[in-house]
Design a binder for this molecule. Structure first.
Ligand code: HSE
Length: 412
């Protein structure tokens, strides 16, 4: 019997509890699993699930110093105390499975080293893409291939918002509340709508794929929170869909990494991934493009990924040195990046209109501008990302609500 400890009975923790109890009599290569201790401060959650008294841990010490416990499942959320708990578990020779992307994204290198030093494994499949087995697939692909790019839809909440806004002509705020009710959104929705959730996920994937500890500050991050229904409708008018995309590209030892609202041709695969579904495309040197799609958020999808990791640990399907971070790659920043852009500016009066047009006319021909009901719409030629950033800052000084998105014409 493999004894597990569960830290946290939130949405994911409850899902894990239910799955483990439903498979507890099953044998996995001769081993079965059972939860021995649960650490959860909220007694209501313990009562609601009917957790037996003997399973309730008083503190993390009850878990990390229990010699029977082999695997600690850590699904608390936030940075502390979970970061300390994970390090204590690893230092005391426990395998760790976590869904905490903030911790993995910021401390991956340190946690992998700590696991190796203590001859245990840390796995974190559920930190990216909910139920999609992307991390184990990356590890497998890297055994034979080099990976030159990863991109996709990595946030269920914002994909759900964009889908429902467009299909039901509803406002951003209204659909966000619905996504929160459905359990897709993070506790602080800014993590979803301002891109921090995607930033962490793309950092984790890029670190594994490019074998280098990619830092969050290297990510060119842009919020989705000021998108309007008009933007989705204009994207359609131009032949595109608007999606919130995480993208990491490696070229000659330099990586570029971004989280940006993006216009993608309607006919591409990614454009047709809707609701809370995620899609991740990787480009391998031998296998070519591989595409993974599935539910990227929600209790069952995420809990499924956690329990799969537990099974990988107990059956030794993944070794603690399968992820290597020894490459010396560096970040490119915005240097050398060119894109076409879609820009939308809300203008209140003629003065704002004329200032905005003059600023845009410095880089775009005037006949490319469309004006409709207080809004200016523009598609630019290919321009440096830095030029677009500067233009955006200037436009924000003359108009209230400015939004821009990159155009990507060659994504799968
Ligand atoms: N809030 C996240 C999402 C949950 O919407 O994708 C899964 O990481």
């Amino acid at each position: 019997m493999i004894h597990l400890a569960l830290l946290g009975l939130g949405t994911v923790g409850q899902g894990v509890y239910e799955i483990v109890n439903s498979v507890k009599d099953t044998s996995f290569r001769g081993k079965s699993i059972a939860i021995k201790k649960i650490l959860e401060r909220d007694t209501n959650k313990l009562t609601l699930l009917g957790v037996p008294h003997e399973q309730i841990a008083g503190s993390i010490d009850d878990i990390v110093h229990d010699p029977d416990i082999n695997v600690v499942i850590s699904v608390l959320g936030g940075m502390e105390p979970e970061y300390t708990f994970i390090k204590e578990a690893l230092s005391n020779g426990k395998h760790v499975v976590t869904s905490n992307k903030a911790i993995v994204s910021s401390h991956l290198e340190e946690l992998l080293s700590l696991a190796i030093a203590n001859d245990v494994t840390i796995l974190f499949e559920a930190s990216v893409g909910g139920g999609i087995p992307i991390i184990s697939s990356l590890i497998e692909t890297l055994k034979i291939n080099e990976i030159s790019s990863i991109h996709g839809i990595l946030n269920g909440t914002t994909n759900y918002i964009l889908t429902r806004m467009k299909n039901e002509k509803r406002s951003f705020e209204e659909v966000l509340k619905e996504a929160q009710r459905l359990g897709f959104a993070e506790a602080n929705p800014s993590a979803d709508i301002d891109g921090y959730d995607i930033m962490r996920k793309i950092c984790i994937l890029a670190s594994i794929a490019f074998k280098t500890p990619v830092k969050e500050e290297d990510v060119h991050l842009r919020t989705l929170s000021n998108v309007l229904l008009d933007d989705l409708q204009m994207a359609t008018y131009y032949g595109y869909e608007l999606k919130y995309i995480g993208k990491a590209v490696m070229e000659n030892g330099t990586y570029t990494i971004s989280v940006t609202p993006t216009l993608i041709p309607k006919t591409s695969v990614i454009s047709n991934v809707n609701e809370e579904y995620n899609i991740i495309v990787i480009d391998g040197s031998i296998i070519g493009e591989l595409c993974f799609m599935g539910k990227g958020a929600g209790k069952d999808a995420t809990a499924n990924a956690v329990v799969s990791d537990v099974l990988k640990v107990i059956t030794s399907d993944i070794a603690n040195d399968d992820i290597q971070l020894d490459s010396k790659a560096v970040s490119s920043g915005l240097e050398g990046i060119y894109n076409e852009y879609y820009i939308r500016i809300c203008v209140d009066d003629y003065k704002e209109f004329s200032k905005a047009v003059n600023l845009i006319a410095e880089i775009v021909k005037r006949n490319k501008l469309v004006y409709s009901y207080g809004k200016l719409f523009v598609l630019t030629e290919k321009i440096p990302a830095q030029t677009m950033k500067t233009l955006y800052e200037k436009l924000q000084r003359v108009a209230q609500n400015v939004f821009y998105a990159r155009l990507e014409n060659n994504l799968l």
